[in-house]
Design a protein around this ligand. Structure first.
Ligand code: CP
Length: 328
């Protein structure tokens, strides 16, 4: 077990080795137990976290803010539009200056082709850890919470269990590709066979897919891609874990109206009772939320006995506290 993570950034899923992720999970389970027992755990007393948001959030903001309070510190919510960023504060200013005020800088910046570069530029100038609250490429804390949830539901030995990372239709907006990209990178390291399914226009970044395939080879797990306009049913068949969410056709078009037109071709990609019945009887349904109810997934599934979406949301709190306690 690798336990020294002090001062480390967490921007990409593979920034921490498998052993380091195991340490994070170990600490997260301990913190979850301590919270259940109302045991104080002020590992970050007198420390402060900057939370810089360029995009809206329910879970990420709430869990980081509550998490810092439970660790004895403080989290400052900073909405980018209320800062001087539009008037000239560059990522260097943010890294240099916030790095002198705060003990960690957490950032959410999901703009396509911008977010990840922004986080790395802040990290370059910062003397304190930079934590990725979601960018255009990765959503690593969501993925850690998902992994913790899968272990809780399916046990530690995940070999030969099949996780389906599937595209789903949504009407609300063209969602980032960061969640599926994080999942396909991290899950092979913990033994899961990955099935990635999407219509042809919804490719993920080729370099991320290659990296994920390399992880699958290294950890001797399965990795299958279904690029079929009607591929959702085939992907769901015999799955242990269904992780079906929407993302935009960002590698096909940058135009929102054209993207929406492409997306609207695939309204049949909804997780419903008929499709979930193709999975194993004890399969779990996962989604990071927010979901477009009765468009991405039926109420019956998301509120049903196979859904673990609220456990996933809860586990954001525990994994984030673990990473903050270890890095800050
Ligand atoms: N899953 C997730 O990141 O939720 P929020 O967008 O509400 O933070």
């Amino acid at each position: 077990m690798q336990t020294y993570l002090h001062g480390r950034d967490f921007i990409g899923d593979l920034d921490f080795s498998k052993e380091e992720v195991e340490t994070v999970l170990d600490v997260a389970f301990d913190l979850k137990r301590k919270r259940a027992l109302n045991e104080p755990h002020p590992y970050l007393r007198d420390k402060a976290l900057a939370m810089l948001f360029f995009f809206s959030s329910t879970r990420t903001r709430g869990s980081f803010e509550a998490g810092m309070a439970q660790l004895g510190g403080h989290a400052a919510f900073i909405e980018s539009q209320t800062t001087q960023i539009a008037h000239g504060d560059t990522p260097k200013e943010i890294g240099e200056i916030f790095g002198r005020y705060f003990d960690g800088i957490a950032i959410r910046h999901c703009d396509w082709n911008v977010g990840n570069g922004y986080l790395n530029a802040v990290a370059k100038a910062s003397r304190v850890p930079v934590l990725n609250m979601q960018c255009d490429v990765y959503h690593p804390f969501q993925c850690l919470a998902d992994l913790m949830t899968i272990i809780e539901k399916k046990g530690r030995d995940l070999r030969r269990k099949r996780i389906v990372v599937s595209w789903a239709y949504a009407a609300s907006y063209l969602k980032p590709i960061s969640v599926p990209q994080s999942l396909i990178l991290q899950m092979p390291r913990f033994g899961l066979d990955v099935v990635l399914a999407h219509p042809p226009e919804f490719e993920l970044m080729p370099e991320i897919v290659s990296l994920a395939q390399e992880q699958a080879r290294k950890f001797k797990t399965g990795f299958e891609i279904i690029r079929d306009p009607n591929g959702m049913e085939a992907a769901f068949t015999d799955a242990d874990i269904i992780y079906a969410k929407s993302w935009g056709p960002l590698l096909t078009t940058n135009d929102k109206a054209e993207g929406k037109k492409i997306q609207d071709l695939y309204k049949a990609w909804i997780t419903d009772e008929r499709k979930l019945a193709l999975a194993r009887p004890d399969a779990i349904y996962m989604h990071p939320l927010p979901a477009d109810r009765n468009i991405e997934v039926t109420d019956g599934i998301i509120d049903g006995p196979q859904s673990v979406v609220y456990d996933e949301a809860e586990n954001r709190l525990h994994v984030q506290k673990a990473v903050m306690a270890l890095t800050m």
